[in-house]
Design a protein around this ligand. Structure first.
Ligand code: 3PG
Length: 209
């Protein structure tokens, strides 16, 4: 599975924080039941790696990746846990160098044309645009398409049902990322059916073909 394959699974990649490891499998199943078979599970809790491992083992039809990958060590432990892709908020040199040795796709983060060009120079044509809504939003990202036509983005950060269509209609956007499919309150209350409902709406979103 290459990076574009991962980006093509769902128009919205849920950006998820799991605080209780036993929530990981029912959460993944809830998203899957709503038609979302990809999860960016962020390394923002002590149980994140165990949650990735649980989903990889028990819900293999859902492609689970690691988000908030800040160091080569984060990347290696995520891959060892079963992550099938990696996402980072930025694209520092140590990650760009280490990425050559990783066995799974990686979405490095960028928010400017210069960063996108540096990432492209390192061999990556797909990247995360972050934090999207605060870096000029869909207008800024769309403006990168003419000078940088070979690059494809997953904008994330400040995207919601109110503005998601603005991003998905862009020619240089394959998917968006967002945390709105798995609100913390719904997860803590284990309201899996509500998450399935949110996923169902998100999975039906499409760009303008
Ligand atoms: C991320 O890590 O990509 C963001 O935290 C997700 O942003 P959102 O919470 O604004 O969707």
């Amino acid at each position: 599975m290459n990076t574009l394959d991962v980006m093509g699974i769902s128009p919205v990649v849920p950006v998820v924080v799991v605080e209780q490891v036993e929530d990981a499998v029912p959460l993944a199943k809830a998203l899957r039941d709503g038609g979302v078979s990809v999860i960016e599970l962020t390394l923002r809790s002590d149980v994140a790696l165990a949650a990735i491992a649980a989903i990889a083992a028990e819900v293999p039809e859902v492609v689970v990746g690691a988000g908030t990958v800040l160091s080569p060590r984060d990347a290696e432990s995520s891959i060892a846990a079963g992550a099938r892709f990696l996402v980072s908020p930025g694209s520092p040199r140590d990650l760009l160098d280490a990425a050559h040795g990783w066995s799974v796709p990686w979405l490095p983060g960028v928010s400017t044309a210069t960063e996108a060009m540096n990432v492209a120079d390192a061999g990556h044509t797909e990247m995360k645009f972050f934090p999207a809504a605060y870096s000029g939003g869909a207008a800024a990202l769309g403006a990168l398409a003419d000078p940088l036509p070979n690059l494809t983005f997953c904008p994330t950060g400040g995207i919601s049902p109110a503005n998601v269509a603005d991003y998905l209609r862009l020619a240089n956007v394959a998917c968006v990322g967002g945390s709105w499919l798995t609100p913390r309150k719904m997860v803590s209350e284990r309201n899996w059916s509500a998450i399935t409902d949110l996923a169902r709406v998100a999975s039906a979103l499409r760009g303008v073909d």
